[in-house]
Ligand binder design. Structure first.
Ligand code: PMP
Length: 411
């Protein structure tokens, strides 16, 4: 079991006062905080190890290369991929999804082919496919949701057909707090010779993920949502696809030989990684993975389940508060989107912030979903490994205070 009270001491940023109140950080779906181990690794890299990777023969260059490539091995083991050739470092989930749409899409998607996504996707798993559909005259289709907020699997079975080239679905919603049945969707996609692409931004930080067992073709996630640095992310792709795909960016690092009018590409994974990579970011992500592994992904998942079981009924008991997605805590991840009476979510989030509680308000980069739900915006509280029941209590109290404030005008 996680001792969050103890763990949070490893996150220096959490020990601060915001608006005269001890900070309660509940915006983890946007980005997570970094433990001392990751901060020290980043500092150490720039203080003692900084050098460009892959090309240098000097000691620092070799050390940086070795650390960067070790980080790739850690990512590979973390998601249970077969080999490091299948692990590409990117800027983040958005870049990873764009690479697939551009590289796989331009090569394999034809006019009239169908790309199946869902109403609960983040913009990064929508817009890249919209653009591909436009380039290729392909058809973009949306799987609807059930009343409870789950992906409608009966509809999925109807929408995924022999016309489908790509199924691209989020593993965990960044608004509704639901997990999607990726193995089942992958089976459906493969039954129709389509590929399965997964947006894992909200899953990999919170639960064990095994890409081989899921049998997905591509899987994308971001370092900054899992205690790692910003500007580094991962694209996992099956080698058989990556071998057949063209790089998206061209230049140094990704070539084998450059002739005057033609060039050849480096082996995987470097074929896709043009230019000097985010070396510190990669090494920092490797450290974050060590950190998460030490705590245990099963334990992290369990901890968030406990927090949600504790806080969701308390929020639901507040008159006028609407929670989006499933109402049963056992069906809900650590992401809780809600609205309070007819108050504007930005006002609510501002009032919460005045009480030291950091949440997010807005459309959460999921405008089609919010339109589907019939709301313009929501407040979102999202929990992680360092959040405690005391944080949950502070959220509930702050929401109650906010309700009173807007009724009577005083805290
Ligand atoms: N997909 C989901 C489900 C997300 O929550 C996010 C981040 N909000 C992204 C994709 C995009 O991640 P990034 O901004 O790190 O590229």
């Amino acid at each position: 079991m996680i001792n969050a009270q103890k763990l949070r001491q490893e996150f220096p940023i959490l020990e601060q006062v915001v608006n005269d109140e001890a900070l309660v950080y509940l915006d983890n779906a946007a980005t997570t905080q970094k433990p001392e181990a990751v901060l020290q690794t980043l500092e150490n890299y720039y203080r003692k190890e900084n050098a460009n990777v892959h090309r240098g023969v000097h000691t620092l260059a070799q050390r940086a290369t070795q650390k960067y490539e070790t980080a790739r091995e850690k990512v590979c083991q973390f998601i249970h991929a077969e080999k490091t050739e299948e692990i590409l470092f990117t800027k983040g989930t958005t870049a990873s999804l764009n690479w697939i749409a551009r590289s796989f899409g331009d090569r394999f998607v034809q006019a009239g082919d169908e790309i199946v996504i869902s109403y609960m996707e983040h913009h990064s798993n929508i817009v890249a496919w919209q653009q591909l559909a436009k380039r290729k005259k392909a058809v973009l289709k949306y799987i609807p949701l059930t009343k409870k907020g789950f992906l409608d699997m009966e509809e999925a079975k109807k929408q995924i057909t022999n016309k489908t080239a790509v199924v691209a679905i989020t593993h965990a919603s960044n608004v509704l707090g639901v997990l999607n049945p990726i193995a089942e969707l992958t089976n459906l996609a493969h039954l129709h010779q389509a590929i399965m692409v997964v947006d894992g931004a909200q899953a990999v930080p919170h639960m064990p993920v095994n890409v081989k067992e899921l049998d997905v073709d591509f899987y994308a996630f971001s370092g900054h949502k899992m205690c790692g640095p910003t500007g580094i992310g991962v694209l996992y792709g099956k080698q058989e696809w990556l071998e057949q795909m063209e790089p998206v960016e061209f230049g140094g690092e990704m070539i084998n030989f450059v002739h005057l009018y033609e060039s050849t590409w480096a082996d995987l994974p470097w074929k896709f990684e043009a230019g000097t990579p985010n070396i510190a970011g990669g090494i920092g992500l490797g450290e974050a993975i060590d950190y998460l592994d030490k705590i245990g992904l099963v334990e992290i998942f369990q901890h968030e389940k406990e927090l949600v079981s504790y806080v969701l009924p308390k929020l639901q008991a507040i008159e006028g508060l609407t929670v989006y997605g499933p109402q049963d805590p056992y069906e809900h991840t650590g992401v809780i989107a809600f609205n309070l009476d007819d108050l504007h979510p930005h006002d609510v989030a501002t009032a919460l912030d005045m009480q030291g509680v950091a949440t997010r308000a807005g459309h959460h980069c999921a405008q089609p979903l919010l339109q589907y739900l019939g709301v313009a915006a929501t407040v979102r509280a999202s929990f992680y490994l360092y959040n405690t029941k005391e944080d949950a209590d502070r959220l509930v109290e702050a929401v109650k205070e906010t309700k009173e404030f807007f009724k009577y005008g005083t805290f």
